[in-house]
Write a protein of this length. Structure first.
Length: 250
């Protein structure tokens, strides 16, 4: 893919998102309790060839009298359609995720405000909490599915922490030309907002900067208006049917 570098000042802010469909924004610092919760996440049982720890909670959200209200949705298996995720361990697979042990409400609110979504809508929000570890045994593969869409209206990647790592460059890619329209190694408390219906995205692997071990902590926040939610039995059926269709075509 041909790379085209963009100055950070050009892509920062919600105005750039409205006109171009992606932007880099700052997010509020996380509390010590939230940061510590990255240390107690279970290993991803669907990605045994990589050393990745993960949790997921799903929320209903709406805005009333100037404030965001979020309700934790009943726990369900997580599934993404093989139409978007071309990875056998993930596309169309019902995956188990333990729920978050912290409250991400301030982070979700800041992201929705940055996106400048219509406050009259209600939303379905997935909050994925992920730690990717790189060491002598495991490569620090941050995006095992390769360049992809998540299958939502908006995808937001927030960096919570980088500990003794190099790499992990986030890339926003035009799916028609395969041109990297923006690339940046996000720092702590930085996020990239992506119109997931317009672009695909990717992040390069991480390696320990010094010594033997490093890790990168991120949030992946997936957002849909409620009437287009990727949650519940209808979504699960559609995602499973797409997997069957993909297998039949193979």
């Amino acid at each position: 893919m041909e790379a085209r570098y963009a100055e950070r000042a050009v892509v920062t802010g919600t105005g750039h998102f409205r006109t171009r469909g992606y932007a880099v924004v700052d997010t509020p610092p996380l509390s010590g309790h939230v940061l510590a919760s990255f240390d107690s996440m279970p290993r991803d049982g669907h990605s045994q060839s990589r050393l990745r720890h993960i949790r997921l909670s799903q929320f209903f959200g709406y805005r009333e009298e100037g404030q965001w209200i979020f309700a934790l949705l009943p726990k369900r298996k997580y599934i993404q359609s093989a139409e978007y995720i071309r990875l056998a361990e993930a596309g169309g697979v019902m995956r188990h995720r333990e729920q978050l042990e912290c409250d991400p409400s301030p982070l979700i609110a800041s992201v929705l405000d940055a996106l400048q979504v219509d406050a009259s809508d209600s939303f379905h929000i997935n909050v994925n909490q992920i730690r990717v570890i790189a060491n002598a045994e495991f490569k620090g593969v941050t995006v095992p599915e390769g360049p992809h869409r998540d299958g939502h209206e908006y995808s937001v990647i927030v960096v919570a922490g980088r500990h003794n790592v190099a790499g992990g460059e986030t890339q926003v890619i035009d799916p028609v030309s395969n041109e990297i329209v923006h690339r940046q190694t996000l720092g702590e408390n930085q996020a990239v907002l992506i119109d997931d219906e317009r672009y695909i995205h990717y992040a390069t692997d991480i390696v320990p900067a010094q010594g033997a071990v490093g890790h990168r902590d991120i949030w992946v926040i997936e957002i849909n208006r409620w009437h287009k939610r990727a949650y519940g039995p209808s979504h699960e059926r559609r995602a499973s049917e797409a997997k069957l269709t993909a297998e039949a075509a193979a």
